[in-house]
Design a protein around this ligand. Structure first.
Ligand SMILES: Cc1cc2nc3c(=O)[nH]c(=O)nc-3n(C[C@H](O)[C@H](O)[C@H](O)COP(=O)(O)OP(=O)(O)OC[C@H]3O[C@@H](n4cnc5c(N)ncnc54)[C@H](O)[C@@H]3O)c2cc1C
Length: 445
């Protein structure tokens, strides 16, 4: 199964297909929202809270709402499109969602994440646990950290920042090979701040102080919440208060006339007061016929395999990072250790450049062989599987993408079209960030 920017699907009665035809009578909505993922549905809720009588239409290209927060249930396994875990900084957002999920089993989990490095399991983040390496490699990392190249001018790229902040040892053992597998790009092409707050920064004092600390998870997702029914439960919470028929599935926005204030789909033309779009910015610019530099919007794509086995595997582990370039995957996660279960239930992620094609059967066989090599499976039998391609997955944040994103967002906003979300903002962010951003936009508008 492939997630595309303009897929075709079958529709569902709960979220009816749009009616009418382009050229037929002109519909009107106060707000047209493009995309029924977290951002689009978040905005629909925030806007309706302030304007309960307003007409809101959410156009969704796929056959069901949810965007990347969808869940697949197969043979008793519950799988997301990739592990989607929730880390809330704003208690009001979490409380708002939970109020719309009565009776649900929502676990709060203290993260256990490791890095498989040369046959050892090192606690995440790597840079704070170099004391768990063999002694010679620990000394190498420490010495390289102390004598790392500093400089007068700030680092010019993400790649240079790694060497300048953490030294050659830490960078070349983990940060560079891992991030090259994930982003599928030369790290010197990425902006210094390409990962924003998601990069676990640490200075020498943090790293040394951590050597005597109890093992406690650190970073933005040290604890996370997860509903037993999967990430889609948060989408269901966002759908709960929307009037029936608000979301039109299988109905992509295919053209947007900025002067006439109309959106056209394969079925109708809708006149709007304002639009909020969570479609990838490069798609939005295209459907608005706005001249733009499409070459700056590069990204990786991620092939996710969800794999269900006949019995339990490793315990006390939620996910693991694999910097070794000879292994096909960069990360593996264990749903059964998060939501419970007596059968090993994995997500396995493979990064690839824009434009890459996947031989899914060959890659699944390769994944199983690599899982065996890493002793994650032994004589386990694969009893269920699913795959999905996330495209785009991690956008490449560069100086040019930042400049073109800011220019396009301002130009479109001046014409009442607001581009939001992870791909509308061409950025690195979490689900909570999507909800915070759309809440702030609804308040401002
Ligand atoms: C591998 C991976 C793992 C992640 N893990 C986490 C995690 O653990 N925790 C976390 O908080 N975040 C995580 N994220 C981030 C999270 O997925 C995003 O922040 C969030 O899903 C973005 O929601 P969105 O609504 O902005 O975009 P999307 O989910 O992409 O939704 C956009 C919607 O717009 C629709 N669309 C596109 N074009 C059109 C069109 N022309 N007309 C109509 N509809 C259109 C799409 O079909 C889609 O449904 C992860 C992301 C990835 C890639």
């Amino acid at each position: 199964m492939t997630v595309a920017e303009h897929p075709k699907g079958t529709g569902s009665p709960a979220h009816p297909k749009g009616t009418g035809s382009p050229g037929g009578s002109l519909a009107h909505a106060n707000v047209v929202i493009i995309g029924a993922g977290v951002s689009g549905l978040g905005y629909a809720n925030w806007w309706r809270e302030a304007h309960p009588d307003a007409k809101v239409i959410v156009l969704e290209a796929e056959s069901e709402p949810g965007g990347y927060c969808r869940t697949v249930v197969r043979d008793g396994f519950v799988w997301d499109y990739s592990g989607h875990f929730f880390h809330f900084k704003d208690p009001a957002i979490e409380a708002w969602l939970r109020a719309r999920m009565p009776g649900q089993d929502i676990g709060t989990v203290e993260r256990i994440a490791k890095i498989r490095y040369a046959g050892r399991d090192i606690d995440f983040p790597f840079q704070k646990h170099i004391h768990q390496l063999p002694q010679d490699e620990f000394i190498e990392c420490l010495v390289e950290l102390y004598f790392r190249p500093t400089g007068e001018a700030p680092p010019r790229s993400f790649g240079e920042m790694l060497y300048r902040k953490l030294g050659k040892g830490i960078t070349e053992k983990f940060l560079r090979p891992y991030n090259e597998k994930l982003y599928a790009i030369d790290l010197d092409k990425l902006d210094v701040d390409a990962m924003g707050r998601f990069f676990p920064h640490a200075d020498i004092a943090d790293i040394i102080a951590n050597m005597r600390k109890e093992k406690t998870p650190q970073g933005y997702n040290a604890t996370f919440t997860y509903p037993a029914g999967g990430a889609i439960q948060y989408i269901n919470a966002l759908l709960r208060d929307l009037p029936a028929g608000t979301v039109a599935v299988d109905e992509p926005a295919v053209a947007l006339d900025l002067a006439a204030h109309t959106v056209t789909t394969p079925r109708r033309t809708i006149r709007f007061d304002h639009v909020v779009s969570s479609a990838p910015l490069r798609t939005l610019a295209k459907i608005c016929s706005v001249p733009h530099d499409a070459s700056v919007f590069t990204s990786n794509k991620v092939l996710v395999f969800n794999l269900g086995f006949d019995r339990k595997g490793l315990r006390d582990l939620h996910w693991m990072y694999f910097p070794d370039p000879s292994l096909v995957f960069y990360r593996v996660g264990w749903y059964d250790n998060i939501i419970g279960g007596d059968r090993q239930s994995l997500y396995v992620e493979i990064g690839a450049p824009d434009g890459a094609t996947f031989d899914v059967d060959a890659l699944r066989a390769r994944v199983l062989a690599d899982l065996k090599r890493e002793r994650i499976i032994t004589d386990h039998q694969l009893v269920a599987h699913h795959h999905v391609v996330l495209d785009p997955a991690y956008v490449h944040i560069t100086k040019s993408s930042l400049a073109e994103t800011a220019r396009l967002k301002a130009l479109l906003a001046a014409r009442d079209v607001h581009s939001v979300g992870r791909y509308g903002g061409w950025t690195y962010c979490s689900i909570e960030d999507n909800l915070l951003e759309t809440r702030a936009l609804a308040t401002r508008l």
